[in-house]
Design a protein around this ligand. Structure first.
Ligand code: HEM
Length: 409
């Protein structure tokens, strides 16, 4: 039981915690608006945890919370950062890590190009892809739904949208897998360097090729100047492509796999959806609310001291707004612990809020709608192939995603 708003011992990033974080969040939400997490951190520099719906939405919209620590603290108070090779900036040099006005400028480029109409053009292809993946997966009565379905649907789709050549998909996947493993397991960090060099070199070359010889794809469109003649620098373009590759993939893998799990855990709801495929829109929103792919929004820093319901977060304080907790706040949702695909008002926070609100919502929703309806239509007797308690979740504070989802039919 947390006392004095302090969480001294719960490792919220551990795989064991990720299996069922919801009772702990319910306890935090009920007891206090703000907590200090000191696990694996110095006691005088805690992580500030926010869990109530109204506070989470407010923090994500509040311009006093910034993404770039340099905008929160004067230079002499910034922690000394350890040296990193320049090409690693490819991972940080993107709009999700920036504040206005840099963020506004970068977001403007993609806003005009990555439209709902462009995404809608992908529908037939995603439907065809989902069908083909199931043709292959079901050659075996036992298969991992992540490897054969939830992972390739978003990976192939985002590659296609960006214009990555088909023959390079496997390479991109290997690199990304290496990077994710390195992020999760420190022992793999040695391999990270070589892995990252290959990835960075590839992205650089591809962006350059699309600039000099444009095609009908997103990278080429992003490389063009806008109507005012402003254009993305090479580093900005490369950072944008990496952000879209990462943001547009891991989250959607989680939507499809956690969503399938939620449906298997609630057979009455999956039967309802199977008999009424038109319900897939509200079902997908409920899945996003119930099992949000981004459990905790990315780091923000207080630009000045900010008081939330009587608790003051000091200047420079590092804050995490817990989307998964807000999405089950009884002050916002009726029967929040009930999974109901016909829920009528569902203002979940799973795509964030404010200036960093997700730019991929049309694509994420399209992938979810197609994946769930195709799966239920093709495999009405789909079931888990292992006890639910034995499912393993990935560690990490931000994402919530299963390692594997063994199923049978
Ligand atoms: C179910 C799938 C997805 C979920 C749950 C999701 C969720 C989110 C959330 C919560 C944020 C804000 C994070 C924060 O404020 O800390 C975000 C930002 C973002 N998402 Fe998504 N996302 C999904 C899919 C996608 C896809 C498919 C794309 C693109 C292809 C995408 C592109 C982005 C981008 C570019 C940002 C940064 C926006 C900015 O900083 O202004 N997302 N996403």
């Amino acid at each position: 039981m947390p006392a004095n708003n302090l969480i001294p011992s719960m490792d919220m990033a551990s795989a064991a915690f990720k299996a069922n974080p919801f009772p702990f969040y319910a306890q935090l939400r009920a007891e206090a608006p703000v907590y200090r997490l000191t696990v694996n951190r110095p006691a005088d520099n805690p992580l500030w945890i926010i869990t109530r719906y109204g506070d989470v939405a407010a923090v994500l919209k509040d311009e006093r919370f910034v993404k770039d620590l340099k905008h929160a603290l004067p230079p002499d108070q910034l922690p000394k950062s350890s040296w990193r090779p320049a090409f690693f900036h490819l991972l940080d040099n993107n709009m999700l890590a920036m504040d206005a006005p840099e963020h506004t400028r970068l977001r403007g480029f993609i806003h005009k190009i990555f439209t709902t109409a462009r995404v809608e053009q992908m529908r037939l292809k995603v439907e065809q892809l989902a069908g083909e993946l199931l043709d292959t997966a079901t050659k075996n009565r036992h298969f991992d739904l992540i490897e054969h379905y939830a992972l390739p649907i978003p990976l192939i789709t985002i590659n296609e949208v960006l214009g990555i050549p088909r023959e390079d998909y496997a390479k991109i996947y290997r690199w990304k897998k290496g990077l994710m493993a390195a992020a999760a397991h420190p022992l793999h960090r040695v391999g990270r360097f070589a892995n990252f060099l290959g990835f960075a070199g590839y992205i650089r070359k591809l962006c350059h090729m699309r600039r000099v010889d444009p095609r009908n794809d997103l990278i080429s469109a992003l490389a063009l100047p806008d109507e005012n003649g402003d254009r993305l620098s090479d580093a900005e373009l490369e950072g944008m492509v990496v952000l879209l590759l990462v943001a547009g993939h891991e989250t959607a893998v989680s939507l499809i796999s956690s969503g399938t799990l939620a449906l298997l855990e609630h057979p009455d709801q999956s039967a309802l959806l199977r008999h009424n495929p038109m319900l897939v829109k509200s079902a997908t929103e409920e899945i996003l609310r119930y099992y949000p792919p981004i459990e905790t929004a990315t780091d923000r820093y207080a630009r000045e001291a900010v008081t939330i319901e009587g608790v003051t977060i000091p200047r420079g304080g590092q804050v995490r707004a817990v989307i998964a907790a807000a999405n089950r706040d009884p002050s916002q949702f009726e029967n929040p612990e009930t999974f109901s695909i016909t829920r009528e008002t569902n203002k979940h926070l799973s795509f964030g809020q404010g200036i960093h609100y997700c730019m991929g919502t049309p694509l994420a929703r399209l992938e979810g709608h197609v994946a769930f309806n195709t799966l239920l239509a093709r495999l009405p007797d789909l079931r888990l192939d292992v006890p639910v308690e034995s499912l393993r979740w990935r560690s990490g504070l931000t994402f919530r995603r299963l390692e594997t989802l063994p199923v049978t039919f």
